[in-house]
Write a protein that binds this ligand. Sequence first.
Ligand SMILES: C[S@@+](CC[C@H](N)C(=O)[O-])C[C@H]1O[C@@H](n2cnc3c(N)ncnc32)[C@H](O)[C@@H]1O
Length: 277
Amino acid sequence: MTPAGAGCEVVTTRSGARAMRDRETGELMHPVVGPRVEAEKLYVDASRLGARLARGAPEPLVLLDVGLGAGSNAIAAWKLSERMPAPARRLEIVSFDHTTSALALAVSAAHAPEFGFDGDALVAARALLSAGRYETPRTTWRLEPGELPSTLARVPEDSSDVVFWDPFSPRANPALWTTATFAVLRRACRQGATVHTYSAATATRSALLLAGFAVGAGDATGTGKQTTQAATDVHALARPLEGRWLERLARSSAPFPPDAPADALARVTALPQFSVR
Ligand SMILES: C[S@@+](CC[C@H](N)C(=O)[O-])C[C@H]1O[C@@H](n2cnc3c(N)ncnc32)[C@H](O)[C@@H]1O
C-alpha cells in the first residue's frame, strides 16, 4: 500500500491534542478531543463493547471498523478485548480503508505513544500493516483493503455486531453517507447490531432510517457535540429519534441524502419507531 504518512501529517489541535490530518481533504481524524479520548468515548464506550464481550458466546463478536485511518478506534477496541478475562467473547475487528498511510505514520517511532501504540498494541498494528492480519487468543484484527463501499459489500450477510462508522465527512466522502451505502451496511448487520458515528446531521440520520435502521441520538462528545447511534432493533437505542425530530426533518434545509427517493419524508414518517408506543 502507500508509504508511511503519504498524504497525511500529525498536527496539534486547538485543545492541545495531537491528531492526524489528511492533506487532500484537509480533515482531521478525531478533531475535537483527540484520537485516544474520542475513540474511547464515541465508539468503545458508546457501543458498550466491554459489556457485550463479557456476556460470552461461542462465536466472535464482529466489529466493522469503517475508516481505519490512524487506527485509533480499532486499537481502543483491541486493547479492551485483550484486557477481558478468558470466558469473554472473542472479538474480530475488520478494518476498512483504501490506504494504510495514516496508520503507518501513527505507529512510527516519532508518534506511536501519542496515538496509543505501545507494547503489544504496537506489535499488533505493525503486524496488521505487514501481513494484513494479527491474531491473539482473545482478538483477531484484519484489514479489508480497497475502496468502500465495494469492500463492505463483500461482508457476509447478517454477520456483524458493532460498526464504528468513521469515514471523512459527507463533504469529502459523499458516497459513504447515502441510503445505498447504508443499505449495504444494513445487509451485513445481524439482529442486535449497533452502528456508532460522529455525524448527527439530519441527512445522515434520514439515510440510516431509509436504509432500514432504527436511529437515535448517540452520546454527546466531551464538548457537547451530538452524535448518532443506529441499530437493527429500536430497543437497543438509549434515545431513539421521536416525533420532535420528524418536525425538525420537515423544516430542515438539508433533510435527505442525494439518493433519497421522492417520497422520503412519507417513508420516514411511516417508520414504526415514530408510531406512539
Ligand atoms: C476520519 S478517517 C478514520 C479515522 C479512524 N477511524 C481512526 O480511528 O483513526 C477516514 C478514513 O476513511 C478512509 N476512506 C475515505 N474514503 C474511503 C473510501 N472510499 N474507501 C476506503 N476508505 C476510505 C480514509 O482513507 C481515512 O483513513
